[in-house]
Write a protein that binds this ligand. Structure first.
Ligand code: HEM
Length: 366
């Protein structure tokens, strides 16, 4: 594979190690008998997936976009934090590193906002602040079942910002913009209430997620571009499927309320993290990986394999959760992990291929 920026590879590798180790821990947490380095390792699943993998990937992508050397300290710090968690360093050290990395991401956005003060940069900057605050609460001893909503808010706000940027959604009407901010305020109100009224706060947060799912479905150009062909349609299909899962996660949060563990918690979290967040990663991977690595990527219809498999395996898992059908949850969950490995394989092999057209054209198609 020809990569123009090999020095970014170690940072990407930190994220990938966090992803694969986090998946391993997640499968163990489902109940599969997996060899683990030490007791309690499976509790690292959530922090490795969100703070380790996504925190590193998103800060790396933004550091590349900013193009300043200091900005790479953000993915370096979150990546080192993830490695610390894996190697069993005292948890507070890993948490401090991750917090420092997320403050680095806030600094990156401050610099980006200075260059481009726009709705989408402010939105993503707000997402980074929520990430840093969530990590601070985690360091201060908040349990992961509360911090996870701060992490989820970081992701949904960042992704909404990405869509504003990539799909030029900033041309939405003033009314739609006002609704967008109202929905973000609902999410924020849910977050602020978490420490006092867990149940009501999760339901309010769920209302914000559901509203955002409807808002994104109505305003994203994916509704039009899904009628195109090739990569453009692929991206639109991923986005629209993701918005459906986002809505389902929000509805589940509204119905179930505050649950700290178990099948209902699983439905709220993984409709969001797998159904929504990974659909967004699938959609943006053909744009982001070439940009980060300076490599070329060819779109292949084979990419639909991981998208379709994600829908089927997630339906089995979350259907199992809802129906109290243990084997469905167990097998569906393990197949979710297989799907993500298939996605990585499809992406890496496509990166090695010769291009149909340059990466910049791919960006314009989204
Ligand atoms: C792909 C396979 C995955 C498996 C097998 C898996 C498994 C699990 C399990 C069993 C739980 C505990 C749920 C319960 O109490 O019943 C959990 C929680 C969680 N998962 Fe996953 N998960 C996967 C993917 C993901 C992804 C992709 C993310 C994020 C991007 C994620 C983030 C989380 C978080 C943040 C928690 C909460 C952790 C906690 O409360 O300590 N998971 N996962």
């Amino acid at each position: 594979m020809m990569v123009r920026h090999p020095r970014r590879l170690p940072l990407l590798a930190f994220g990938m190690v966090a992803l694969l180790t986090g998946l391993w821990a997640g499968i163990a947490r489902l109940g599969w008998d997996m060899p683990l380095p030490r007791p309690g390792f499976s509790s690292l699943h959530g922090p490795l997936m969100v703070a380790g993998f996504l925190g590193t990937l998103i800060s790396l992508e933004r550091a590349v976009a900013l193009g300043r050397l200091w900005a790479y300290s953000a993915p370096l710090l979150t990546g080192l934090g993830a490695v610390g968690l894996i190697l069993g360093a005292p948890q507070w050290i890993a948490q401090v590193l991750i917090l420092a990395g997320s403050i680095g991401l806030v600094a990156i956005f401050a610099a980006i906002i200075q260059r481009h003060p726009a709705l989408y940069t402010f939105t993503m900057g707000g997402g980074a602040m929520v990430f840093a605050l969530g990590n601070l609460l985690w360091l201060l001893g908040w349990p992961v079942f509360l911090v996870v909503f701060w992490w989820a808010a970081f992701l949904v706000v960042t992704i909404a910002g990405e869509r504003l940027e990539l799909a030029r959604l900033q041309q939405v009407t003033t009314g739609a913009q006002a609704t967008f901010f109202l929905l973000l305020a609902t999410l924020l109100a849910g977050l602020l209430l978490l420490g006092w009224w867990f149940d009501g706060a999760v339901r309010l947060f769920g209302a914000g997620l559901t509203g955002l799912a409807v808002w994104l479905s109505l305003n994203d150009i994916a509704r039009r571009t899904v009628r195109h062909t090739g990569l453009t349609r692929f991206i639109a299909v991923c986005l629209l499927s993701g918005y459906v899962w986002l809505g389902l996660s929000g509805l589940a949060a509204m119905v179930y309320g505050g649950v700290p563990v178990g099948p209902q918690y699983d439905v709220i979290l993984h409709a969001f993290f797998l159904g929504f967040v990974f659909a967004m990663i699938f959609a943006h991977a053909p744009i982001i990986f070439p940009a980060v690595l300076g490599a070329r990527m060819t779109y292949r219809p084979l990419f639909y394999a991981h998208v379709v498999l994600l829908q089927i395996t997630l339906l089995i898992r979350l259907g199992g959760d809802v129906a109290g059908w243990g084997p469905g949850r167990l097998v569906g969950g393990a197949l979710n992990a297989v799907t993500l490995v298939l996605f990585l394989a499809n992406t890496i092999t496509a990166l090695g291929s010769l291009p149909d057209r340059p990466a910049v054209t791919i960006r314009q198609q989204s």
